[in-house]
Design a protein around this ligand. Structure first.
Ligand SMILES: Nc1ncnc2c1ncn2[C@@H]1O[C@H](COP(=O)(O)OP(=O)(O)O)[C@@H](O)[C@H]1O
Ligand SMILES: N[C@@H](CC(=O)OP(=O)(O)O)C(=O)O
Length: 420
């Protein structure tokens, strides 16, 4: 039993749907579950629609029409026969949004968000399953919400592993013995059958959940890059592919912000020793990266950039030492405002952190911290994390930068900096 995961970039248009289908179709041999995300950047557009609806904007219908048009353009390109049942199926799925936005937004915003945004994965999976069905007869579309059970933390559903595994073993395993199944990433459901999402970019995580609960032979995530590289090629020209990667290094890279893999993806598959293959959907036969329980560490320094950081430095007002009592108070405020720390450093009388800049969070945090502390901050700074650093790499990434903070452990160096 194998699991393939295809992200939005792979199914962004009709060509993409055809390419993904041919990759799936050329997989021969054992059972296969396909997990797919919303097409292209549709999740962003559905977020925009949710915001417009919640704010009572008058462009709600306009945004919604653009989303529908995008999908129907793909369908028209794929299917010459407009009476194919997928047209009605997709239209009926969008009707869920019609019903919702007809009413005033009285429910909790996060609940509304999940009901709207999840539609992206439902329609993309229907389109992919329909096209794949023209190539082979054994394709079955499955609703991931019947398998992935979460609590009711909307926008960040917490998986109920026991229930999810039992459901997958009982009702998915038999289906996969007869069919190639296509399902959605990113979504789940509560015990009352309301839709939840697992957090942005959560489809990799969904694929890991299915893989772990199926005890899959492997999980392959298909990306627009040749594998895991030692830096994001969007920012750097001279990148190197990492052919083999340990689970440990993969978790570290993902944790520090390498967006190629969602940070929650590795743990479930590591627990079951399931290999994770990162492959290119543009060159499906090329080698890519194999992530396993390899003991060797990364062959080259790898670096991860995070732009748009805030750097906050906190001092006790009376210039006393920063002691455990202050730290526990400061941490509870980070927790209260959901500030996720990317770097931290403390000295005798100050404590500094960097985190992803969010104006609202920063204002609220400053208001609370300023009661007892003097707080200084910089915005618009960058954070670079170098795993297995050396001086050459540090020099390379800090050219024309002023270093504001530097933290080193044995394997990892983090630098907060800004342009000179
Ligand atoms: N270390 C890295 N190696 C390869 N790609 C990376 C790395 N870090 C970030 N990326 C980025 O990850 C992108 C692929 O991930 P993502 O866009 O989330 O895919 P999808 O949405 O299709 O799952 C690449 O286009 C690349 O820009
Ligand atoms: N569509 C969701 C889930 C996801 O993971 O998508 P992708 O695989 O395209 O990153 C999102 O954009 O957040």
């Amino acid at each position: 039993m194998k699991v393939f995961k295809f992200g939005g970039a792979s199914v962004k248009d009709a060509e993409g749907v055809k390419n993904v289908s041919s990759i799936i179709n050329s997989h021969n041999g054992n059972e296969l579950l396909v997990v797919v995300s919303a097409m292209g950047k549709i999740t962003n557009q559905l977020e925009e629609l949710t915001r417009a609806y919640l704010n009572g904007q008058d462009d709600v219908q306009h945004i919604f029409e653009a989303i529908k048009l995008y999908h129907f353009n793909v369908l028209h390109e794929l299917f010459a026969d407009h009476s194919h049942p997928v047209f009605d199926d997709v239209m009926n799925t969008f009707v869920e949004i019609d019903w919702l936005i007809e009413e005033e937004p009285d429910d909790a915003p996060d609940y509304i968000y999940d009901q709207i945004v999840s539609i992206g994965e439902l329609v993309s999976s229907k389109i992919l399953a329909a096209w794949l069905g023209t190539l082979r007869p054994d394709v079955k579309w499955l609703d991931a919400r019947s398998f992935v059970h979460t609590d009711n933390t909307y926008r960040e559903g917490l998986v109920n592993w026991e229930k999810t595994e039992a459901e997958i073993q009982k009702n998915l395993v038999p289906v996969l013995q007869q069919n190639i199944a296509v399902t959605q990433g990113f979504i789940g459901s509560t015990s009352e059958n309301f839709t939840t999402t697992l957090g942005r970019d959560g489809s990799d995580y969904s694929a890991a959940i299915f893989s772990a609960c199926l005890n899959a032979e492997s999980l392959t995530i298909w990306k627009d890059v040749p594998g895991v590289l030692n830096a994001d090629p969007k920012w750097f020209d001279e990148t190197e592919r990492i052919p083999q990667l340990s689970y440990h290094d993969a978790i570290e890279l993902a944790y520090y912000g390498a967006t190629i893999i969602h940070p929650k993806t590795i743990k479930p598959i590591q627990n079951k020793s399931i290999p994770l293959y990162v492959r290119s959907f543009l060159q499906p036969d090329a080698e890519g990266t194999d992530i396993t329980d390899l003991k060797n560490h990364l062959p080259v320094p790898s670096f991860i950039f995070k732009v748009n950081q805030a750097l906050l430095s906190i001092f006790p007002k009376d210039f006393s030492f920063i002691i455990e009592e202050n730290l526990s108070e400061i941490f509870s405020l980070f927790h209260k405002h959901r500030v996720k720390i990317n770097t931290m450093l403390n000295s005798a009388i100050s404590f500094s952190i960097s985190f992803d800049y969010d104006a609202r969070k920063l204002d609220k945090l400053m208001a609370d911290l300023s009661k007892d502390y003097k707080v200084k901050y910089n915005t618009g700074v960058e954070l670079v994390t170098i795993r297995y650093y050396n001086q050459e790499t540090i020099d390379r990434v800090t050219v024309n930068k002023n270093i504001l903070l530097e933290v080193k452990s044995r394997n990892t160096c983090q630098i907060v900096m800004r342009d000179k």
